[in-house]
Design a protein. Structure first.
Length: 458
């Protein structure tokens, strides 16, 4: 790709636009999108203007939102080219783009659409945000059950040019109600005089236009389809959703969950396009909340100040204890959140998870506890540090504390996502920093409680 970019840049610098246009139109849409993404603004606009109408449409749909926005605003200076591009875009891609624009800007662009495309766009934008209706396209091929194979093939030739996919053909009745879907392979392999009604089986999977987009993600994963039909409450076929659009949504959902799990709000734009002020705003709220949580750690240490003064060595193991609990909690939270997202786990599985995580936490804590005790023994006997006359009791205290703190960490990390899901909140909100902060405070209480019991009162 780098060689192509160097070659095209040389043609542009030499102002050989005819040759540049020829070379650009030899590339496929994905290569053009990559080229534009890696070029500066002025260069990318020149490349885009030299594309054929069909290639411009296909390449635009491969670009990131940031680059799409730049190109649209530049083309706004050339209304004719802008009108062509907006009308040529697939309805679902155009709707997704308009969703990201300020309302007054999207309305301005909607007015540039043809009457038919404007009607489709307003229909799709009328569905709730993040619904399947916003994701679907109205470009599909539908036939009637009384069509013969010959009739069907003729219909596909006539109307299939603008279809999002021809892998699946949809069968509807005279009122537009979905009857079935059928693979193009079955049509091509059937005798010409066969009727469509003779080869479909009434077994199909559909989506409801008002369902959340996550429903589409799950159904595509479960049924391994390239496209699924979208219907209304009465079963009328409204459009289709294709796997490429669902993959884009899945990527957005994963990115948002990843940001939340890291203790930050999701970014609306890419990191490079997000302003310094926006980065601060997105991250400050979580940091402030976690800071107040960590202040409880200081309060807990103040409460046990007497024990610390009596046995100063107790303070040496505070980072070890609380970090072990926080780490185990973060591990458990990440595993459970992912399993809930993939629907491997349901709310009803909470008791099974609790038992499993308690046992897991016990054995993990036991492993760390043994290592911690061995470390104290080695440091004491090798004279690296003198823990005092009660060093054996201190070692046992640290070890027992690690068992309970790690158990509490795994329990907290695994159960908090279930609690959030129970209250219909996003389990990803149970971020690693949040779980770690909770376990930090409780871990200190557990540690000094055992210290008070075994050491301080001796």
């Amino acid at each position: 790709m780098k060689e192509i970019q160097v070659k095209l840049r040389a043609l542009r610098n030499e102002k050989q636009y005819k040759s540049l246009k020829f070379e650009l139109n030899l590339l496929d849409p994905i290569q053009i999108a990559e080229l534009i993404e890696n070029s500066d603004k002025e260069e990318s606009i020149i490349y885009f203007r030299l594309l054929s109408r069909e290639l411009a449409k296909e390449s635009f749909q491969q670009l990131s939102y940031d680059n799409q926005e730049e190109i649209i605003y530049e083309l706004d200076k050339n209304k004719h080219r802008l009108i062509d591009l907006l009308n040529d875009l697939d309805p679902d891609d155009r709707t997704a783009f308009f969703e990201e624009l300020p309302e007054e800007v999207s309305q301005k662009f909607i007015r540039l659409l043809s009457e038919e495309e404007r009607k489709i766009t307003n229909l799709l934008l009328g569905y709730p945000e993040d619904s399947i209706g916003r994701l679907m396209t109205t470009d599909y091929v539908a036939v009637k059950p009384y069509f013969s194979i010959n009739d069907t093939l003729e219909h596909i030739r006539k109307y299939g040019k603008d279809s999002e996919t021809l892998n699946v053909i949809y069968i509807v009745d005279n009122k537009g109600k979905l009857i079935d879907d059928i693979r193009i392979k079955e049509i091509l392999l059937s005798p010409p005089e066969t009727l469509i009604s003779e080869i479909y089986d009434n077994k199909y999977i559909s989506l409801n236009a008002f369902d959340d987009q996550e429903v589409a993600i799950n159904k595509f994963q479960d049924y391994d389809r390239v496209a699924l039909p979208v219907v209304d409450g009465k079963g009328i076929l409204l459009g289709i959703v294709t796997i490429d659009d669902v993959m884009d949504v899945a990527e957005e959902e994963s990115t948002e969950d990843f940001h939340r799990f890291g203790g930050a709000e999701g970014l609306d734009l890419s990191y490079t396009k997000t302003s310094l002020f926006e980065l601060i705003r997105k991250r400050a709220s979580w940091l402030v909340l976690l800071f107040f949580g960590e202040m409880l750690t200081a309060s807990a240490m103040g409460f046990f100040e007497g024990q610390i003064q009596k046995v100063i060595a107790l303070a040496l193991f505070i980072p070890l204890v609380i970090s072990s609990g926080g780490n185990s909690g973060s591990q458990a939270a990440s595993l459970i959140i992912r399993s809930l997202a993939l629907e491997e786990l349901k709310l009803k599985n909470w008791w099974t998870v609790m038992k499993k995580e308690l046992l897991t936490g016990f054995f993990l804590g036991l492993i760390l506890g043994i290592i911690g005790f061995i470390r104290i023994v080695i440091w004491q006997t090798a004279k690296f540090y003198d823990y005092g006359e009660h060093w054996v009791t201190m070692g046992l205290t640290v070890s027992i504390t690690l068992v309970f703190v790690v158990m509490w960490g795994t329990l907290s990390g695994s159960m908090i996502p279930f609690v959030l899901k129970l209250f219909k909140l996003d389990p990803a909100t149970a971020s690693a920093p949040f779980v770690a902060t909770l376990v930090d405070v409780s871990g200190l209480v557990i540690y000094f409680s055992f210290a008070s019991l075994f050491i301080v009162n001796m």
